[in-house]
Design a protein around this ligand. Structure first.
Ligand code: PBG
Length: 328
């Protein structure tokens, strides 16, 4: 018997599209995609975001339309960010029952009912005039525990409006526990929490700060968001959030932290979300615009990689477009 070389030929399983499809280890499904959406108070027309081509600050009406399109395409959920007309030191618009996000959540619940999952980002940076995620002490530091009191109140306002999942994203210590207690105390025991458990102090949030008009007026977020070099610390954050009552956990950003996504996926038994953030979106859009990258292929590869790393749910600004592509 003359042994043929090579004995193993992995290329056999790559020969045809049908073969590759059959043996694919990872697939994308629209149901696991979540679309982040911006809604701004006091504008008459949707306003394009310069650094995120194709993404808009919505009016209440244009939000309804875009949300309807996303759900029709099969997108699994929507997460809302509000930009109030007036910002102040404590972010008072954030927990106003008639604040922009609360109104938008009511609109979308009326339109879409149980056909999707309506979620809300829970933070102060979109609402404060200084652009920080919390309230400040006299010397300009973020006051962790005073901020928690604000988060508790925002949580109750968002839940009362009908948000099904709250995403506390400010990286204050104890935020998940405080939000859980506040929700339960107000009778919202059914409202879930998706902890932004692992959130790095990332340059990839740059374009979001245009989108939400929330660039910090001084300083940065390194005193509360994580140092990009740390990975063990992410597990500590995840376990703290689970102890405090998080129903799901998130890693953010996604693409530059795929190792962390994998480690979290291997360590926990709850759904793991990953947020493909604004900078990840804008990089690919910009390179594609220059003709340097194949836009569609790069988008699909970026999302597949996040799923392969272990994310069950992916937040992405391309959710509607990709859901449509998957359907055809
Ligand atoms: C905080 C928040 C941010 C993002 C989501 N929630 C900004 C920040 O922490 O600076 C960034 C999302 C993105 O870049 O797409 N409310």
């Amino acid at each position: 018997m003359s042994a043929q070389f090579p004995a193993a030929r992995p290329r056999r399983l790559r020969r045809t599209p049908a073969m590759r499809r059959m043996v694919a280890e990872t697939r994308l499904d629209p149901a696991e995609l979540v679309l982040p959406m911006f809604v701004k108070e006091g504008i008459d027309e949707p306003s394009p975001i310069g650094s995120m081509p194709g993404v808009f600050q919505h009016t209440r009406d244009s939000l309804r339309k875009a949300a309807h399109e996303a759900v029709e395409a099969g997108v699994g959920g929507l997460i809302l960010f509000g930009i109030p007309a007036v910002k102040d030191g404590t972010g008072s618009a954030a927990d106003d029952p008639d604040g922009i996000v609360q109104l938008a959540v009511r609109d979308l619940n009326a339109d879409l009912g149980d056909s999707t999952v309506i979620m809300t980002d829970l933070c102060l940076d979109e609402y404060t005039d200084h652009g920080h995620c919390g309230v400040l002490t006299g010397s300009g530091e973020i006051d962790n525990d005073a901020t928690l009191e604000r988060y508790a109140s925002i949580a109750v306002a968002q839940a009362a409006a009908g948000s099904a999942v709250l995403g506390p994203s400010g990286m204050m210590d104890g935020q998940v526990g405080v939000v859980r207690d506040a929700l339960d105390g107000a009778g919202h025991t059914d409202v879930a929490i998706m902890g932004y458990s692992v959130k790095y102090a990332s340059a990839y949030y740059g374009p979001f700060r245009d989108a939400a008009e929330c660039a910090p007026q001084f300083g940065d977020r390194s005193s509360h968001q994580q140092d990009p070099g740390n990975a063990d610390e992410s597990l500590r954050e995840v376990f703290l959030d689970l102890d405090e009552g998080a129903d799901m956990v998130m890693v953010k950003p996604a693409g530059a932290y795929l190792d962390v996504v994998r480690r979290v996926r291997d360590a926990v038994e709850v759904p793991v979300a990953a947020y493909q953030v604004s900078g990840e979106y804008s990089m690919i859009e910009a390179a594609a615009e220059k003709g340097w990258l194949d836009r569609e292929r790069t988008i699909m590869e970026s999302l597949l990689s996040i799923r392969r790393a272990g994310a069950d749910i992916v937040l992405t600004y391309w959710a509607t477009e990709v859901a449509r592509r998957l359907a055809r």
